[in-house]
Design a protein around this ligand. Sequence first.
Ligand code: 6PG
Length: 268
Amino acid sequence: MEATVNPEPNAQIQVLSDLEAVSHQAAFIFADISRNSIAVKGRFAVALSGGSTPKRFYTLLGFDPYRSKVEWNHVHFFWADERCVPKEDEESNFGLAYEAFLSKIPVPASNIHRVKGEEDPEKAAKDYEDDMKKFFGMSGIPVFDLIILGIGKDGHTASLFAGSKSLKKTIRLAVPAYVKRPRPKRARVTLTLPVLNNAAQILFLVSGRSKATIVHEVLGKEKTKDQYPAGLINPSRGSIIWLVDREAAARLKGISHDASTRVERLHW
Ligand code: 6PG
């Protein structure tokens, strides 16, 4: 059954034809927000995610028209989560972004704030927190200008999984997270919910038929959404854009399947 969607006032859902359209829209939004942040604050702090969905978006950022629209020397890259593997490993979220575009753009190495996945997970999380504190200031919760997120079929986002300790109230900025499947148990490091919910802008990228059920649970049903970590993302001072392709949105109704008006509103 389809679900009627009533997003929160600070949320927008854009349904696009396919992953290619989602990726272009994400690249457009990235360039637009970077321009505004740099104009206002002199820098743009973004946290990236891993997974298969953002790969094309990352690749597009390395090419025009997007590449030349971004002042890369003012962009600071962080990660919403990282797998505890060396940076050369094919599972590395840093590695994914590096291969796709970071290696191809003129960004200073000191602007890349990766999680050291090769370290012990607790140490990697602590070092990452220290790096964020140095960048954003020692007190308070960082305000990222943009955080890119995906959603798993089980409703996880970043490396916040339902029922995991990392979801509990915390004063930490980043914590180790342990993923039971696939076995053997894998360690990751993730930003915590308070950090994600303090972002100025969250951008979810969702594609494919396999996500239709979870998209319906999180965006289409008021009752179940809080059971899923992705449903707990609601930035108190910021806003969320969900870029969802038609297959993933198959069970939603009541939203326009055309993002063109949104694109015009984002002044390029
Ligand atoms: C990761 C993530 C994770 C991801 C979702 C969706 O490192 O795997 O950050 O939260 O965004 O699992 O992944 P897909 O894009 O592969 O569906």
